[in-house]
Design a protein around this ligand. Structure first.
Ligand code: SF4
Length: 345
């Protein structure tokens, strides 16, 4: 397969990128320190990760195409930084931001570029059957592997067109599936142990800078946790909050259940917005409208109530603990009685 360097700059996870980068694998860190492409690549690797932490997305500008060598190389460098920092929260944030970047690029790139990427990633697919159809066919097994069913109604298999072992998807949907596949691969790659002690020169400097950025970010979130008295929250909501904070995209139902619960517990729109900012697909205006709508500040002015335990069970979101016995609604949850807490601690 012939892949041009610009495509590698956009999609540096491609198998083809490995041979492109082979020349660097035999050079020592000391020699690399004086290589200008490498120094710029480390800088961009740091930038990639900082953007993921702060903005939950990674930019792609036209100048990245001009400096394509540094752009391609910056990707494995950023993955190595994540592996060395060794924190699942960060892994998720970075992989989700890279996946989101891939999705945005694929949506606007040509059909042929998308097909090259599908082939490179060994995702079984067929192009649209006839020119009048814009629907791709993807192998059923591939669809299940990515598990998009948790993304909402339209992704559920009962709502999909399925024929002879293939699920029909639009180009945009296929781009979303590829981005999830990429995210999962990055999660896997960043779990390979990397010893930060082996870093030297620009790589060491970049690592130290990122470590400090990551620690201050975690501190900010710890402060938010403290203020939210999560210790009295039921396990179903604690789970949703922790998934939200680790940068996962909650489904519509999950987000709605969490937001209505937090509103009922007296959290302000601003406090909830701070929590939602960790979503990879966070869009300030849309999120604010949704939260304000659920709070009864928009539209029909009706304040929405959080779902009952029975409804949470039907969503597959109930994970009871021993203090859930005999309660019918998450708002009735009181957790461990305080007398018992002090006795136990
Ligand atoms: S029983 Fe109710 S409060 Fe407890 S985890 Fe399930 S839904 Fe949440």
């Amino acid at each position: 397969m012939e892949v041009n360097v610009f495509l590698l700059a956009k999609y540096p996870f491609l198998e083809e990128a490995k041979s492109f980068l082979e020349s660097y694998s035999t050079v020592s860190f000391e020699d690399l320190s004086s290589d200008e492409d490498y120094v710029r690549a480390v800088k961009r690797g740091v930038e990639r990760l900082k953007e993921a932490i702060v903005f939950k997305k990674i930019s792609f500008k036209n100048e990245n195409l001009i400096d394509f060598k540094a752009e391609v190389l910056s990707f494995p460098i950023a993955v190595a930084f994540v592996a060395a920092l060794n924190d699942d929260f960060l892994r998720n944030i970075f992989a989700t931001a890279e996946g989101k970047r891939v999705y945005e690029l694929l949506k606007r790139d040509s059909y042929s570029d998308l097909e090259l990427i599908l082939k490179d990633q060994k995702i079984k697919f067929y192009s649209p059957e006839d020119p009048s159809s814009s629907l791709y066919r993807i192998a059923f097994s591939e669809y299940l592997k990515v598990s998009p069913q948790k993304w909402g109604k339209t992704w559920k298999l009962v709502n999909r067109q399925i024929k002879r072992g293939f699920v029909y998807v639009s180009k945009e949907e296929l781009s979303r599936l590829v981005s999830e596949h990429v995210k999962n691969r990055i999660l896997e790659r960043s779990r390979h142990p990397v010893d930060a002690e082996s870093f030297s020169g620009p790589l060491r400097e970049g690592y130290v800078e990122l470590k400090s950025t990551w620690e201050s970010y975690k501190l900010k979130f710890a402060k938010f946790n403290k203020g939210s008295s999560e210790s009295s929250f039921p396990p179903c909501m604690v789970r949703l909050i922790s998934r939200q904070k680790s940068g996962e995209n909650l489904s519509h139902v999950e987000r709605r259940s969490l937001v209505t619960y937090l509103l009922a517990k007296g959290q302000s729109v601003e406090e909830i917005m701070t929590l939602l900012k960790s979503s990879p697909d966070f869009k300030e205006s849309i999120a604010r409208y949704q939260v304000e709508h659920l709070a009864g500040l928009r539209g029909s002015r009706k304040k929405y109530s959080p779902p009952s335990c029975e409804t949470m069970k039907s969503y597959g979101l109930c994970f009871p603990d021993e203090w859930c016995k005999n309660i019918k609604h998450p708002l009735q949850y009181r957790g461990k009685p305080s007398s018992q807490t002090s006795k136990d601690e």
